[in-house]
Design a protein around this ligand. Sequence first.
Ligand SMILES: Cc1cc2nc3c(=O)[nH]c(=O)nc-3n(C[C@H](O)[C@H](O)[C@H](O)COP(=O)(O)OP(=O)(O)OC[C@H]3O[C@@H](n4cnc5c(N)ncnc54)[C@H](O)[C@@H]3O)c2cc1C
Length: 397
Amino acid sequence: MYPTSDVVVIGGGIIGSAAAFFLANNPDFDGKVTVIEKDNSYQSSSTTLSAASIRQQFSTPENIKISQFGIEFLRNVGDILALDKINQTESVPDIGLQEKGYLLLASSNGEDILRNNNIVQREHGADINLLTPTQLGDRFPWMNCTDLSLGSLGNTGEGWFDAYSLLQLFRAKNKELGVDYIYDEVIDLKSDCKSVNAVVLKKGSSISGRYFINAAGPQAASVASMAKVPLPVESRKRCVFVFHCRDEIHNCPLVVDNSGVYFRPEGENFICGVSPDAKNDPLSYDYDIDYNLFDETIWPILAHRVPAFESIKQINAWAGHYAYNLLDQNVILGTHPEIDNLYFANGFSGHGLQQAPAVGRALSELIVHSKYRSLDLSIFGFDRIMKNTPVKELNII
Ligand SMILES: Cc1cc2nc3c(=O)[nH]c(=O)nc-3n(C[C@H](O)[C@H](O)[C@H](O)COP(=O)(O)OP(=O)(O)OC[C@H]3O[C@@H](n4cnc5c(N)ncnc54)[C@H](O)[C@@H]3O)c2cc1C
């Protein structure tokens, strides 16, 4: 006899933990949720290695609405994920949300894209302003605006937070709600032609279930292959560099330079990074830091954009992995057309952390009600992969 769970979640990072929370907290669901996580230190998970930022500045209405729910969730996370057993003397859970905005910069080449995106964003209630180079210079006197045509700044609803704290809050709340976390690796799925029946674990046991969620992050394709599903999601390395600047840079948002380099404050320091162009972005599983990327690509761009960054000191760095969706860099969400009880939530590329609340809620609705109730996310369904019809999100970072 295998132990049984109503829902088995494969991967206990932010997506698996958010899905477990929205299921366990759903008044219409009274089943058992089990999360299988192979590494309870989470030291290699995308969640803990992320830049942990949230933006409203997408071009796809569904991505904007996902972030609107995301920011509301983050603003209220202390109440939503508070433990019932917490007493008055203990502090309210905090994820250090800093709502300081994203600033996307464009030269003349990218100006139209920012303007068109702004129309969509404002139509969908995102609080985003366009700024001319003069306005940018007035607002951010530390920035070199000479080669810029436009900036797009989130007034509210954008910023950054502590990803590890958010994950820990989800896990603690989930355990209180009765979710089991099992620290083991899923090495196989038992299935018949239309359904998955059980997960096989490395330490020798199996767990059967009614529904399964693939929340394995950059390893999602390996889990999908256990059900003989080709999933176009690859592990792609991204390096993040921490640097210190002697000068004060006041009122700094998360800046995405027109070159693609981004930087933002992190405590008294800054973090920065850049995604490589598609031709130089191989499948990668290692965590080696590419220091040349900082020296040869990022630093010159930082120093050009912010003259005070000419004399910065790079003090730390790490590498993590995107679960890179080869078709369109957006989430693949829901079941595969040929397997009715294996739910996918994979391929977020660089924006999965901020999407976890809305995607967790969406998975819970799909499992409990067999359809989306709050926000229709069917454009992210698996059938677009089979039909080769990408979701054309213009703001991929
Ligand atoms: C450098 C970097 C910067 C980023 N910046 C941002 C950002 O600013 N904003 C944003 O929204 N997103 C950002 N992202 C993306 C974001 O971090 C991810 O999209 C998100 O964390 C994905 O969460 P996940 O739960 O799917 O994956 P993960 O956090 O990787 O969790 C998956 C878990 O599954 C486990 N697992 C895998 N296979 C198995 C198995 N067979 N059995 C059991 N367990 C298994 C893993 O151990 C892992 O803990 C960034 C990512 C990186 C790498």
